[in-house]
Design a binder for this molecule. Structure first.
Ligand SMILES: *Cc1c(COP(=O)(O)O)cnc(C)c1O
Length: 358
């Protein structure tokens, strides 16, 4: 029998979330960010579901190749830009746009064969200090890009926020100010907003928003879930109980015997573990649903299995469904228990998990 572990991707939720982004940023075009295999939801599946997006953003040229092979015809932007001259020819063949964030990329473009038309977004480091031209080099970079015969269309100045998930943190307003100053007077549309800025920083929406997480129904705003912003989770991770055992008071459960039964009790064993992408860091007490009833995991998460407190689910049987996250159990809660963010959890589902759509 096949392992009962599955990730169900809710196509309607993806579409609903795109609609919510459009409602919140009515004046902006939407680039759906589908990097990391669509935040673990499946690249081609997500792109088809979000066919209403104005463009797609990817982090790897191979993802752009997959999208074109799947017949996706919208603009695609390579968010970190190209690594070597051969990539430029490939981008051109695929009609994929690129971010230019570094002098080395600008030099490669200048040395590339003339007549290679390519569209460019110019990344400005407005204060995150990861990728982008320092503000004082933005005008020079823009002028050099504009001068290239091979660069067509409007250059889109863009930047990325470090702290937009904290709605009262001054860094975002400061980044907007730095970006505005560095790009003042340059032509073309602008793009700044990730999901959190779509939700909490309307002044940053500009002509293009670039949401990722929000489209999958996830929030990175501490203490909130996607539902708090009208979003619907796009993934349910589920499995089944493969054993129900009656364990005596004082017995210890699992590796390193970390959890001791406070009474005689039923313990469920579910067919999911860190080998499926469920976080090993999730401690005892992390919520799970058994047959829709809330309870908690106990002991350590192992590679293939986890153990579950069934005292609150007295009728539980082998074969009962176990939900790890989904619309009835926000992935943000699990992430908080595991000391990470929801994005990392959905990105970490491994290949042995069966993906289905609903
Ligand atoms: C990942 C990414 C986004 C999307 O971020 P979310 O928080 O998922 O909305 C937007 N822009 C860039 C450059 C990114 O790398």
């Amino acid at each position: 029998m096949a392992r009962p572990t599955s990730a169900t991707i809710h196509i309607d939720a993806l579409r609903h979330n795109l609609g919510q982004v459009r409602l919140r940023a009515p004046g902006s075009r939407v680039m759906a960010v589908v990097k990391a295999d669509g935040y673990g939801h499946g690249l081609e599946r997500v792109a088809r579901a979000l066919a209403g997006a104005d463009a797609f953003g990817v982090a790897a040229l191979s993802d752009a190749e997959r999208l074109r092979a799947a017949g996706i015809s919208q603009p695609i932007l390579l968010l970190s830009g190209f690594d070597e001259p051969a990539d430029i020819a490939r981008l051109r063949q695929l009609q994929v746009d690129t971010v230019v964030h570094h002098m080395s990329q600008l030099q490669m473009l200048e040395q590339a064969d003339v007549g290679e038309p390519i569209r460019c977004w110019l990344k400005v480091d407005s204060g995150m200090h990861r990728l982008g031209f320092a503000p004082e080099f933005v005008r020079e970079a823009h002028a050099r890009l504009s001068a290239l015969d091979g660069v067509v269309g409007e250059i889109v100045p863009m930047s990325h926020f470090a702290s937009s998930d904290e709605f009262d943190e001054p860094q975002t307003a400061e980044q907007m100010r730095v970006f505005g100053e560095a790009t003042a007077g340059l032509p073309g549309p602008r793009s700044l907003a990730n999901s959190a800025a779509v939700l909490g920083w309307p002044d940053a929406h500009a002509q293009w928003v670039r949401p990722g997480g929000a489209l999958y129904g996830m929030s990175v705003v501490a203490g909130t879930t996607g539902a708090d912003f009208g979003l619907r989770p796009a993934m349910t991770l589920a499995t089944r109980l493969i054993a129900v055992n009656h364990v005596r008071k004082g017995s210890r459960i699992g590796y390193a015997a970390t959890w001791e039964c406070p009474e005689d009790m039923p313990v469920g064993v579910a067919a999911i573990g860190y080998g499926d992408g469920y976080p090993r860091a999730a401690p005892a007490g992390t919520p799970v649903l058994v047959a829709g009833q809330p309870t908690q995991l106990i002991g350590r998460v192992s590679m293939d299995l986890m153990t579950i407190d069934l005292r609150g689910v007295p009728g539980a049987n082998v074969g009962d469904p176990v939900t790890l996250w989904g619309p009835d159990l926000p992935v943000e809660r699990i992430a908080a228990m595991a000391g990470t963010i929801s994005y990392e959890l959905t990105c970490s589902i491994t290949r042995r998990v069966r993906f289905v759509e609903s």
